[in-house]
Design a protein. Structure first.
Length: 394
């Protein structure tokens, strides 16, 4: 049952694009709310009128809010946060900062994003790193017992993508964190699809590094993201690329790395995007991540129930803990054609390419999937219309 106290009229009133279409592609990029979009447009206008450097100086407190807001979101310190232009940039910055040696092992779950896999294969080729895939249990979640059995002195990093890009399953990130902490192995969490959809406390999860994007469930602008680096690990990590923002130039011969997570940043960036991402995080926190997560779960369950009642549709999501990403396929039409036909009816969805989750895609036997990803501003009426359109198409 959908909670009556959730202010859905406000959520839709503050989402300009939701009346023109059904937007079920929030795992790709959500529709930004009015305060976020206006903050972005306003900052760009100020740059147009007053100049980029001048606006940066004038609005420095608002720009710094990104770090404070991110710290509130993750329950960490502001100096453990770096601004990035994407989750991939943040993940790569963290991963490449490890001084891997031949024979070192990286343990990773089957849900790793394709871009993460490319970086892993790159380090395997260049540094002789061994990538070891932790199997899933019968439910589809990462097998914690198998993870424990794989830990040895050669393991230098544990990686987990908490929510796969192409599935509704949520992996038990905190259980992985307990294994990593017990073994004293750094733990890198890709929370790209979770931030803004559910609460996340880095102390409870136990991760040492975390990356996320602005454009998905946080409802921020594209080209924005964040990286969290635990203080106790920071001194051990030197970014593979440095600049005079990440390190202070002491002389023509010497530099000194920053003592905070900004050592992973570049000075030049979208300052409008940084400001707007801070607004987006504050906006999400204002709704409450518990309330957001509950609503998303309820309407996603409703969608899965509706899809299960349509002849020819198979819901592919597995696991005991499901989120707002709903994946399925139809016997009558391949996913790409179905996506195209729905787009003609002003319904946004996306297909799940092999590159989304290469390992799990290779292991599965189902056809290409269609992904419908919901956010709290979506409605039961939209789900009902979605089901009707599918029935007519099939």
């Amino acid at each position: 049952m959908i909670r009556p106290d959730f202010d859905l009229p406000r959520a839709r009133r503050e989402t300009r694009g939701c009346e023109q279409q059904i937007h079920f592609n929030n795992a790709g990029a959500s529709l930004p709310p009015v305060p976020v979009a206006d903050a972005l447009y306003g900052y760009l206008y100020d740059e147009e009128v007053y100049g980029g450097y001048e606006v940066m100086a004038r609005r420095s407190a608002e720009l710094d809010n990104f770090y404070a807001a991110s710290a509130r979101l993750l329950n960490c310190s502001a100096d453990e946060i770096a601004f990035t232009d994407s989750a991939t940039r943040g993940w790569n910055s963290a991963f490449y900062a490890f001084n891997f040696q031949p024979g070192d092992r990286v343990l990773a779950g089957s849900a790793e994003y394709g871009s993460n896999l490319v970086a892993m294969l790159h380090q395997a080729k260049r540094q002789g790193v061994e990538i070891v895939w932790v199997p899933d249990d019968a439910s589809g979640q990462i097998d914690i017992r198998a993870l424990e059995n794989l830990v040895d002195a050669r393991v230098k990093l544990i990686c987990l993508t908490q929510i796969p890009s192409g599935g509704g399953l949520v992996h038990p990130a905190a259980a992985v964190g307990k294994v990593a902490k017990s073994a004293k192995i750094p733990y890198l969490l890709d929370a790209c699809q979770l931030l803004g959809q559910r609460p996340l406390d880095v102390e409870e999860v136990g991760c040492d590094l975390l990356c996320g994007t602005g454009r998905k469930f946080l409802r921020g602008p594209r080209g924005t993201g964040l990286l969290y680096v635990r203080k106790t690990l920071l001194e051990q990590l030197e970014p593979h690329q440095l600049n005079h923002h990440a390190a202070e130039l002491l002389s023509v011969e010497r530099y000194q790395l920053r003592m905070d997570a900004k050592r992973f940043e570049s000075w030049e960036r979208s300052y409008a995007g940084q400001l707007a991402l801070g607004v987006a995080i504050d906006y999400a926190l204002g709704w409450g991540l518990e309330a957001i997560g509950e609503r998303i779960r309820l309407i996603a369950d409703n969608l899965r129930q509706k899809l299960s009642g349509i002849d020819g549709i198979t819901v592919a999501d597995q696991g005991p803990d499901l989120c707002g990403i709903v994946t399925f396929y139809a016997a009558q039409l391949p996913a790409d054609q179905l996506q195209h036909q729905l787009a003609l009816r002003h319904i946004n969805t996306s297909t799940v390419p092999f590159s989304a989750n290469p390992i799990s895609s290779q292991q599965s036997r189902h056809p290409a999937l269609l992904r419908a990803s919901l956010h709290y501003y979506n409605t039961i009426e939209e789900i009902e219309r979605f089901a009707i359109e599918l029935k007519q198409l099939l």
